[in-house]
Write a protein that binds this ligand. Sequence first.
Ligand code: 13P
Ligand code: SF4
Length: 301
Amino acid sequence: MSELADKIKALKEERQAVILVHNYQLGEVQDIGDFVGDSLGLAQQAAATDARVIVFCGVHFMAETAAILSPDKIVLLPDEHAGCPMADMINADDLRKMKKQYPGAAVVCYVNSTAGVKAESDICCTSANAVKVVESLEAGEIIFVPDQYLGAYVQSQTGRKMHLWPGYCPTHARIRPENILELKEWHPRAKVVVHPECRPEVIALADAVLSTGGMIGYAARPDVRELIVGTEMGIIYRLKKENPGKKFYPVSEQAVCPNMKLITLEKVLWSLEEMAPVVTVPEDVRVKAKRAVDRMLEVKS
Ligand code: 13P
Ligand code: SF4
């Protein structure tokens, strides 16, 4: 372990902190995590931990979700500029207008959204449970925000009438079908997994459409030896680490989320030293947003 990692470990214990890390983080950051996972797993961990401090190595909406679930804990995001551009493609006012346009529709927000948007939603979802969440609803129509591609995928799986906000992830938009076709020619025995934030023409080429946590599980299957991976590059580190001897081919080396890469070991240490930057949510917004997140956590996956 590096000197920096040793210092983080010692200070983490002193502060009674837990380090939660998303699958897209830099390898060295993944290596110091108490838990590394997808948005659903991280939210579950944030809800369950008895640590006093949560150091969130991910992007702002993830730390905010932890703050929504655990108001009695201090939530640190080691770089306050680590945002998610898709989460900022809709705000609470936009959603209120959309709700007026489709009265009676149930409102589902992807977890990649602000606390204000969650507070205006009936239920939240992640890429791991979006289909199950929508299936759990009885309403005849569903408003789905902000990811149009995840929304379209869920619509294709459930056959439900859905109104989609035109948001998207700029990183997953870089993943192109022609890149998959080319890789399939070179590696004909490889399976293809893609994230549901990808465009429909990319999703159409996949053997499985999975959250990042779902991809980790898929790669561990004994029948999978080679995998073409359509998501952010950071996941390749964990796939290789946990599956020595297997081959992983990223669909696009351009698929890098610059916000995820803002978190470094130096910033994690600094954050624990200074106990900053702290992510908080105004109490009235938090209480409403928590209803949508709690309702999601009750859906059986
Ligand atoms: P997962 O929940 O699948 O980890 O995805 C989070 C995300 O931001 C994908 O871009
Ligand atoms: Fe947001 Fe896309 Fe980055 Fe995920 S990969 S955090 S959706 S910008």
